[in-house]
Design a protein around this ligand. Structure first.
Ligand SMILES: Nc1ncnc2c1ncn2[C@@H]1O[C@H](COP(=O)(O)OP(=O)(O)OP(=O)(O)O)[C@@H](O)[C@H]1O
Ligand SMILES: [Mg+2]
Length: 307
């Protein structure tokens, strides 16, 4: 078995803003060449974490070793080895695609970047638009341009903060294709996302909630470790059925005309549910049993930690 090279090691990272404990002592690492997902809802502490990892925000406590260097003592060196696409990235709207990349290259002191710029423009399918001012690009194209800027100095770790939020579905798919091509070049990627379906595509995922990592593992491991199944039921009165199940403390979620119930024993659960709703005059149209997805597991973890 080959031991994986760690390109980042984070230990006991903490950051507060006044009374708000944004990050509460998290520890994790990145393996070389992986796509790591930091997943969590609004305010979970994703951006605060990324800002500490990129040396833009000093932690209150904890250590960050990036590429073998301590960010506290070698911040500039670390920053020259990483790329960062911020949540609210900024481009120079009056500069063209090519000029934006050139500007980023120059402020980062990158020499002889023409060949790399061509490669990145090709890679992100922006070559045809090289002369267009950033202001006149679509949202998805701006995203790709910002990615080119973040990559022009040839970083070995790339940090992406919610790169696909507010991007249309087609551009989102396109962006993921670019990321998977990028991974083939050996780069390591950490991205944050509120979307659990995107997290499923990562090699490993950390679920961040209120500044704490609740679980960290491969998506498949996270899902199977619960030992639970999803019982999906389709009642003829979904909202009334959902209300009733909630009142009886079932671990359930409503999705349109479907109710998902997370349970270790779907057969027994179906029995209980059928009885309960039939007494209330609700008919069970159909049901099926599936494996939980990451979203189900995340909601369950949060609920069991805070109940
Ligand atoms: N500069 C700041 N001053 C005060 N509070 C802050 C600051 N930055 C972040 N916070 C608070 O810290 C917590 C974590 O914020 P953070 O931006 O890291 O979350 P996030 O997971 O990136 O959320 P989002 O999905 O909305 O981007 C929130 O409660 C936020 O209000
Ligand atoms: Mg954020």
């Amino acid at each position: 078995m080959n031991t994986k090279e760690k390109v980042l090691e984070v230990s006991g990272l903490k950051k507060s803003f006044g009374e708000v404990e944004a990050v509460k002592g998290i520890s994790f690492h990145l393996n070389k060449g992986e796509m790591f997902g930091l997943v969590g809802p609004d305010g979970a502490g994703k951006t605060t974490t990324i800002k500490m990892l990129t040396g833009l925000l000093a932690p209150d406590e904890g250590t960050i070793i990036s590429g073998g260097l301590d960010i506290k003592t070698d911040r500039k060196k670390v920053q020259s080895q990483i790329g960062y696409l911020s949540q609210k990235f900024s481009l120079y709207t009056d500069l063209s695609v090519e000029e934006n990349i050139t500007f980023f290259a120059e402020i980062n002191g990158v020499m002889n970047f023409t060949e790399r710029m061509e490669m990145l423009l090709e890679f992100t399918r922006l070559s045809k638009f090289r002369g267009r001012v950033a202001d006149k690009l679509s949202g998805g194209m701006k995203q790709k341009l910002a990615l080119c800027c973040a990559l022009i100095h040839g970083p070995s770790i790339l940090y992406l903060d919610e790169p696909t939020v507010g991007v249309d579905p087609v551009s989102r798919r396109d962006f993921w294709k670019i990321l998977s091509d990028l991974l083939k070049t050996g780069i390591t990627i950490l991205l944050t996302t509120p979307y659990l379906d995107e997290a499923e595509r990562c090699s490993r995922v950390a679920l961040l909630h209120k500044g704490e990592i609740m679980v960290i593992d491969e998506p498949e491991e996270i899902k199977s470790s619960t030992g639970k199944k999803i019982l999906e039921i389709f009642p003829d009165q979904p909202r009334s059925a959902f209300k009733l199940l909630q009142e009886h403390s079932f671990n359930c979620q409503l999705f349109g005309d479907r109710i998902d119930i997370l349970t270790p024993d779907p057969v027994k659960e179906l029995d209980l549910v059928s009885n309960l709703i039939s007494i209330a005059g609700i008919r069970l149209v159909t049901h099926r049993v599936t494996d939980p997805n990451l979203e189900n597991v995340f909601i369950d973890l949060v609920a069991s930690n805070y109940n």
